[in-house]
Design a protein around this ligand. Structure first.
Ligand SMILES: [Zn+2]
Length: 199
């Protein structure tokens, strides 16, 4: 099955990209993301800073057509085709982009070094990917501690010694809490949340 929702799979919400404005519209502008030119992209007027202090920028306040600017990936819409990238160019979002956590509803930071991750939800029934943001800690706290990955062919399939099972639980919870972090960041995070590392 051809899955349209695999398009843009190498982009993650919170990533800073370079984008070229290709048209001005009343609602905002169409854009092209450098390195992802085949995927439609846009920026809403509410995601462009208004120099006149309005909540939505006026067309004359948009970056000029053909100009390349920094932008943050706000959403990758992959639930229905076509895949669509929504960008934000607000200075505050470029500094730090956050979104409500799907678990607790509080804002979680999706910029590099933040406390949040994006969870993509897909099904074998057909294409279409739903996504939500979550605090690493909220996600790790909701995973069943007995969660196990299926062993690869050739790996030990018999009953595990108790200490090996604990090792696996620790691996899954640590993966949720530290996904995408650099080893140093991950160490700092686990140091700050010893229950995740040792619970
Ligand atoms: Zn949360």
């Amino acid at each position: 099955m051809q899955r349209f929702d695999s398009v843009g799979g190498d982009l993650v919400v919170g990533t800073t990209v370079r984008a070229t404005i290709i048209s001005h519209e009343r609602w905002g502008g169409s854009a092209r993301v450098l390195g992802h030119e085949t995927v439609s992209a846009s920026v809403d007027a509410g995601a462009i800073d208004s120099l006149s202090g309005r909540p939505r920028a006026l067309p004359e306040e948009y970056p000029p057509v053909s100009e390349q600017v920094d932008a943050v990936v706000q959403e990758i819409s992959r639930y229905h085709p076509p895949v669509w990238i929504r960008l934000t160019m607000r200075a505050a979002d470029l500094h730090e982009f956050s979104s409500p956590c799907g678990c607790c509803g509080q804002l979680t930071i999706l910029s590099p070094g933040g406390d949040g991750v994006t969870v993509d939800v897909r099904s074998s029934e057909g294409p279409g990917c739903a996504s939500f943001a979550a605090h690493r800690s909220c996600l790790a706290g909701r995973l069943n501690p007995r969660l196990q990955r299926r062993p690869r062919p050739g790996q030990h399939r018999g009953p595990r010694p108790t200490n090996a099972l604990r090792e696996r639980e620790r691996t899954v919870l640590t993966a949720a809490a530290t996904a995408g972090r650099t080893p140093k960041n991950a160490r700092d995070h686990l140091h700050a949340h010893p229950a995740i590392a040792h619970g």
